[in-house]
Design a protein around this ligand. Structure first.
Ligand code: PMP
Length: 422
């Protein structure tokens, strides 16, 4: 273990992120289970990338078969990308019918920004003040984890992220309007500054913000403001997409709005690096006219085979219904937990967790960190999220069962009963 950490620093440099005080050295995965180098078995309550389960045989087989036949870039004709585009775009409404395939969510979001620029002729963007949309230079300007070198760029405005425990505007009922008012204010600022308003990028479940408990319709007032201002809605579905939320394929369907651009990533090909952007033909044409876009690896035959097999498994194993049922069950168990620092249990489908707040109302960040470590000591992998990192985040592979949920919740009960909180 310490050998690996030393090599990592020597070869990859300092500050390469790892999870846990003692990082886990995983060597094998299957379904919802992971094994470390010592043969210890962990229940995976965290990973959304192996969407249909670690090393699902159908996806592995599709990758292997295509890799032994052909892999090349997308300037040759190939059915794979077209078959996949047909299947994927059929899952969208609102004339979202054309696709660009890339390798990472960051790239997809980068293109989304460019589409908004090309369509509006403007350069100003809005995002929430506690988010992550990726790591290209342009997209990382929408993220706020570290102050950018040279200061915050003037063409980006960040509005307060919705929050369940501390709602924007002070009340739950007023939060949707308060959020929209902040967006309207940011648009006015961008216009006065001469950038104009190109678009708002957001995750429809505000997953990285701490997945606040919102209701369908939350975004309606904001959508009105954006439409009036002529900007685009860039919907980052990297987290909620592909049925994780249990009721719908996409977060925007659940929230109830029509995005102009949707971006997809992480779960799309069950671990094979694959991401995409979906938009309307009119917007795609404007983008294609404005930028000569090509991506060497995006949409290669192996990626398409992996993505298609992943889509097949979601349907064949009815994983969305399962996510709904198991998610509801897990959430019931979270609701039934009583703990002095518990502020809220919340979740949608297979994305759920608990927020902890200290007696004096401050976020219980240290306690939450201790719970994450103790869960790992008890062979359950999960993590934490939110502005103050005081919310447990559970987001397991989609085949997660009620038995798995029971095991995770039994261990959580034990950890909460044995972890000191003052
Ligand atoms: N958008 C969201 C909401 C994400 O959570 C992430 C990654 N965590 C990204 C975009 C970036 O995806 P990638 O790491 O594939 O570039």
């Amino acid at each position: 273990m310490s050998d690996l950490l030393t090599r990592r620093t020597r070869l990859l440099g300092p500050n390469v992120p790892t999870f846990y005080d003692t990082p886990v050295h995983i060597v094998k995965g299957e379904g919802v289970w992971l094994w470390d180098a010592d043969g210890r078995k962990y229940l995976d309550c965290y990973n959304n990338v192996p969407h249909v389960g670690h090393c699902h045989p159908k996806v592995v087989d599709a990758i292997a078969r295509q890799a032994t036949t052909l892999n090349t870039h997308t300037r040759y004709l190939h059915e794979g990308i077209l078959d996949y585009a047909e299947r994927l775009t059929a899952k969208f409404s609102h004339d979202l019918s054309q696709m660009i395939m890339v390798c990472t969510g960051s790239e997809a979001n980068d293109i989304a920004l460019r589409i908004a620029q090309a369509v509006t002729g403007k350069t100003g963007f809005i995002a929430t003040d506690n988010t992550y949309h990726g790591n290209t230079t342009a997209v990382s300007q929408l993220s706020t984890r570290r102050p950018p070198i040279g200061g915050y760029p003037d063409h980006i405005r960040l509005v307060p992220a919705p929050d369940t425990v501390r709602p924007v505007g002070g009340t739950h009922d007023g939060q949707a309007d308060a959020f929209a008012e902040n967006v309207a204010h940011a648009i006015r600022e961008l216009e006065v500054a001469g950038h104009g308003f190109a678009g708002l990028m957001l995750c429809p479940t505000f997953a990285n913000e701490g997945f606040p408990a919102l209701s369908p319709g939350f975004l309606d007032p904001t959508v009105k403001v954006i439409r009036q201002a002529g900007g685009l809605i860039l919907c980052d579905e990297v987290q909620p997409g592909f049925g994780r939320i249990g009721t719908h394929w996409w977060g925007h369907e659940w929230l109830g709005f029509a995005p102009d651009v949707v971006t997809l990533g992480k779960p799309m090909a069950n671990g094979h690096p694959c991401a995409a952007l979906i938009t309307r033909p009119d917007l795609m044409k404007t983008f294609r006219d404005a930028f000569g876009y090509f991506n060497t690896f995006g949409g290669n035959p192996v990626s398409c085979a992996a993505a298609l097999a992943t889509l097949d498994v979601v349907e064949e194993e009815d994983l969305i219904t399962k996510a709904r049922n198991v998610g509801e069950y897990a959430l019931e168990r979270l609701h039934s937990i009583s703990h002095p620092l518990k502020a809220e249990a919340r979740g949608l489908g297979l994305f759920f967790g608990l927020e902890f707040v200290n007696d004096d109302g401050t976020p219980a960040t240290d306690f939450t960190a201790r719970v994450v470590e103790a869960m790992r000591e008890n062979d359950v992998l999960l993590n934490r999220i939110g502005r103050h990192m005081n919310t447990l985040k559970m987001r397991p592979p989609m085949p997660f069962s009620k038995d798995n949920a029971d095991l995770a919740m039994d261990i959580l009960d034990h950890v909460l009963a044995t972890t000191p909180y003052d």
